[in-house]
Design a protein around this ligand. Structure first.
Ligand code: UGA
Length: 437
């Protein structure tokens, strides 16, 4: 059993801390935000993530998981310190590392014996080296090994992804650090989860390369979907057949309004900026970014076309604001660009999302929000689905048609039945599917 600290109680810190306490270690999650720590100690979970509350409660009750704002004291008591603070995108596309650097300094000041300092946040290649330098600059005699241990969890499936990962990557220099990290992940190690040990730079690169590839895959299928519309093909059949080829795999071939979230947009920009910086441009990733941006605009154009070439003065119901289902996160969500454009074009937006409305209100306080999809679509001139929540998959098309002023819908997630829409008499569109059977 190791004593482990997670600095930063965002997504990765909270899920990682709870997950590693579940592996049997003593974990303390720390944060400078005293109020957040108080809420966590009162059993409140600041993010919506299926299964997280139960996991936290279980491990708190077992006495393995704690929360504290006393960062220095907790670092001093730890064998391993995980850095899980935010790395927002700076104005030049590169990640802003000021918080990571401040944390590295605090760790250096509290190094009172051998420790592992491990970064889980996605940080630009070369950050590990920088963190080591900062620690040494404040504590030249400090005894520590640095590890890059990127996290691959997805929001909405974070607990499952953390407890059952496809692989664990440990980037470090010494065997001692590898052995200790294998101990941290012992239950996974026993389960034969692949544990890859690499250099720090390789581990940092793996995370960006994986996220950028998935982004590329989505932009690729979105462009194929757009072409399917012109040639009369069905992108779902194309994607299914492509995915049956084991070299391609079926995952992340679902077309839509463009990817969002706190990772893909930021990480693709950061990797592209790194490529430019080293004179080794990543043209494929630069193209994926552009495609993603235009895909969102394309959705507004599609909707305008459905509405007689203008949304000006029209009431548009927007169903789904989160960047994907099972989360209340709206960071870089396609909805942000699409709602902004609709408002700019003179539409009145009536929005509904099962859980992301509070977060969306911070960005769009002036659109109208409703407590159910039925209320949002009432008397609307058109409707657009932006998140594939289950409650939208199952919505009653007859009820929808009766509630709307005009039965016009753009299904950007392709979750509604084409036959159903046709037989109810909807004017509709989707992304890359045949409109008529
Ligand atoms: C992503 C990665 O999937 C995780 O492995 C990684 O750990 C995480 O970023 C991170 O770097 O922290 P996440 O952003 O939570 O996870 O969400 P995803 O499920 O990957 O979805 C990202 C976006 O792509 C969403 O907007 C989603 O709707 C979109 N998407 C996904 C598609 O448009 N089509 C698909 O086929 C799949």
């Amino acid at each position: 059993m190791k004593k482990i600290t997670f600095i930063g109680t965002g997504y990765v810190g909270l899920v990682g801390g709870a997950g590693i306490s579940e592996f049997g270690h003593q974990v303390t999650c720390v944060d400078i935000d005293q109020e957040k720590i108080e809420r966590l100690n009162a059993g409140e979970i600041p993010i919506y993530e299926p299964g997280l509350k139960t996991l936290v409660k279980k491990n708190v009750n077992k006495g393995r998981l704690h929360f504290s704002a006393n960062i220095s004291k907790i670092i001093q008591k730890s064998d391993i310190v995980f850095i899980t603070v935010g790395t927002p995108q700076g104005s030049n596309g590169e990640a802003n590392l000021s918080v990571v650097e401040a944390v590295a300094k605090t760790i250096g000041e509290n190094l009172n014996g051998y420790k592992i300092v491990c970064t889980k946040s996605t940080v630009p290649i070369g950050t590990g080296k920088r963190i080591e330098e900062i620690i040494r600059s404040v504590n030249s005699m400090g005894d520590f090994d640095y590890v890059s241990n990127p996290e691959f969890l997805r929001e909405g499936a974070a607990v499952k992804d953390f407890l059952h990962p496809d692989r664990v990557v440990i980037g470090t220099r010494t065997q001692k650090a590898i052995d200790l990290m294998e101990e941290v992940y012992r239950p996974l190690y026993i389960n034969e989860t692949p544990i890859l040990s690499t250099s720090v730079e390789t581990a940092e690169m793996i995370k960006y390369a994986a996220n950028a590839f998935l982004s590329l895959k989505i932009s690729y299928i979105n462009e194929i979907a757009n072409l399917c519309e012109s040639v009369g093909a069905d992108v779902h059949e194309v994607a299914r057949a492509m995915g049956l080829d084991g070299r391609i795999s079926s995952k992340f071939l679902h077309p839509g309004p463009g990817y969002g979230g706190s990772c893909f947009p930021k990480d693709t920009h950061a990797l592209a900026a790194t490529g430019q910086k080293y004179g080794s441009p990543l043209r494929t990733i630069e193209a994926a970014i552009k495609t993603n941006e235009s895909q969102k605009v394309r959705m507004v154009e599609k909707l305008s076309r459905l509405m007689g070439d203008s949304v000006n003065g029209k009431t548009i119901a927007v169903l789904g604001l989160a960047f994907k289902p099972q989360t209340d996160d709206v960071r870089e969500a396609a909805s942000r660009v699409i709602v902004s454009k609709l408002v700019e074009l003179g539409a009145s937006v009536h929005a509904y999302d099962p859980i992301a409305m509070d977060n969306f209100k911070n960005h769009f306080p002036n659109i109208k929000y409703f407590d159910s999809w039925q209320d949002a679509v009432k008397s609307a001139d058109g409707c657009i689905i932006l998140t594939e929540w289950n409650e939208f998959r199952g919505l009653d098309l007859n009820e929808l048609k009766d509630l709307m002023r005009f039965p016009v819908i753009l299904d950007t997630k392709n979750i509604l039945s084409i036959q159903g829409l046709e037989s109810c008499g909807f004017t509709f569109d989707n992304v890359g599917r045949k409109l008529h059977q």
